[in-house]
Design a protein. Structure first.
Length: 211
């Protein structure tokens, strides 16, 4: 895909949604961190149902430690892999208090050192909580980038590297959200909704649908 096509795609997505953000509910960097840890292999809707009950009761590292592991599990047991996620959250809360004065670090290396936090989670927190132009590649972004020809790559790291290379600076902050939402609601996995897609004429996918 050439540069002009990419810029037109980003321009259209920007016009459609000038101020995109995550669909996870949060009001602080810590709440976002916990929500993203919980969101692995789970839906944002499912995570929000749990955190809408958890955060009014415990939305700081100390408050979650005070709940204890079993107490935390009661709030998140509707989410897949909740046992391991709960253990990671407890470890992360302990580390935030002991190493970061209870605050979420605005630093990739420090974030990735936390339990349950990988590159993708760190990218989401840096981008959405702190306004860094990072691009977290999840299954939606991986699919859209490859299917459309926008930033093809054989794995998520390759796609991230390609996106960072080809997305102009003025679009970098929001491209993560645009591509996720596009993949979640239009360029869906099984049968993309090409007929209602605002970038269909620019997309290089060969097997377009009419719906």
């Amino acid at each position: 895909m050439n540069k002009q096509k990419r810029i037109e795609i980003l321009t259209r997505l920007c016009k459609q949604n000038p101020h995109p953000t995550t669909e996870l509910n949060f009001s602080t960097p810590f709440e976002l961190l916990i929500a993203v840890i919980l969101s692995a292999q789970a839906t944002d809707k499912g995570v929000n149902k749990a955190t809408d009950k958890l955060f009014p009761v415990a939305n700081t590292p100390q408050a979650i430690l005070d709940l204890g592991l079993d107490g935390l599990k009661e709030y998140v047991k509707t989410i897949g892999l909740y046992n391991s996620k709960s253990e990671n959250i407890i470890k992360t809360c302990r580390d935030l208090i002991e190493k970061h004065n209870g605050s979420v670090p605005e630093n990739r290396e420090a974030l990735e050192a936390l339990a349950g936090v990988g590159r993708k989670t760190a990218n989401v927190v840096l981008n959405t909580a702190f306004g860094h132009p990072t691009i977290a590649v999840d299954t939606h972004i991986f699919r859209v980038s490859n299917r459309t020809g926008f930033a093809p790559g054989k794995d998520v790291i390759k796609v991230e590297e390609k996106l960072l290379k080809v997305v102009p600076p003025e679009f970098k902050l929001n491209v993560h959200h645009w591509l996720i939402l596009h993949g979640r609601y239009t360029c869906i996995a099984r049968k993309p909704r090409c007929g209602s897609c605002i970038i269909e004429d620019l997309c290089e996918f060969k097997e377009k649908t009419e719906n």
